[in-house]
Design a protein around this ligand. Structure first.
Ligand SMILES: CC(C)(COP(=O)(O)OP(=O)(O)OC[C@H]1O[C@@H](n2cnc3c(N)ncnc32)[C@H](O)[C@@H]1OP(=O)(O)O)[C@@H](O)C(=O)NCCC(=O)NCCS
Length: 164
């Protein structure tokens, strides 16, 4: 199934709604109190880039990238439809995010919830390192752990870009 997955940009409003439904029905967003309306607001807010994993005409997952702000190159959300998890879709989406972000910026940042050990392991295995812990950041009693994968300092990255 993973072999037939392709990634494309979100194109139509009903696709945002499908992503918001997927988020709102899944952990970690249930515990983080991101219901459908909050998920839709996050997905539809300006400056977001959303890419869908599609297989057999069905949306099987998505990533939401934020390419503006202080920590530019932020993978704000990744979600794979429950029935499609464990089949390589998440791996493809993260690889796509890295390819996309590392063309323009040398860092990819991700926050993962303290109560989400499966996703923590998923990111650790892909080379993400813990930057720090944001205690009681989204909800009381839980932390968001800020992760980073880097391909070099900003200065060296800009130097290399200038020579290409
Ligand atoms: C986390 C998530 C995006 C991973 O996507 P996926 O399609 O299930 O993962 P893949 O099938 O691509 O698996 C990739 C690897 O991670 C491992 N992995 C994935 N999810 C895991 C989990 N929950 N626990 C342990 N290992 C996991 C797989 O075993 C696989 O290992 P390998 O590369 O050594 O073969 C997906 O499970 C998901 O949407 N979870 C709910 C939402 C969520 O937690 N998002 C992250 C918010 S920060």
């Amino acid at each position: 199934m993973a072999t037939s997955v392709f990634i494309r940009p979100l194109q139509r409003h009903h696709e945002i709604e499908a992503c918001a439904r997927m988020m709102a029905a899944s952990e970690p967003w249930i515990t983080l109190r991101f219901d459908y309306a909050a998920s839709l607001r996050a997905l539809a807010s300006p400056g977001k880039e959303i890419h869908l994993a599609v297989s057999g005409g069905e949306v099987t997952g998505f990533i939401m990238l934020n390419l503006k702000g202080a920590f530019v190159g932020y993978l704000q959300s990744i979600c794979v439809a429950p029935a499609c998890r464990g089949q390589g879709v998440g791996r493809r989406l993260v690889a796509f995010a890295e390819e996309r972000v590392f063309r323009e910026y040398p860092n990819l940042f991700i926050c993962v919830s303290s109560f989400n050990p499966g996703a923590q392991r998923f990111y650790r295995n892909r080379g993400y390192e813990v930057v720090g812990e944001l205690k009681n950041f989204l909800v009381d009693g839980h932390s968001e752990i800020l992760l980073r994968k880097t391909i070099g300092s900003l200065t060296e990255f800009r130097k290399k870009q200038a020579t290409v």
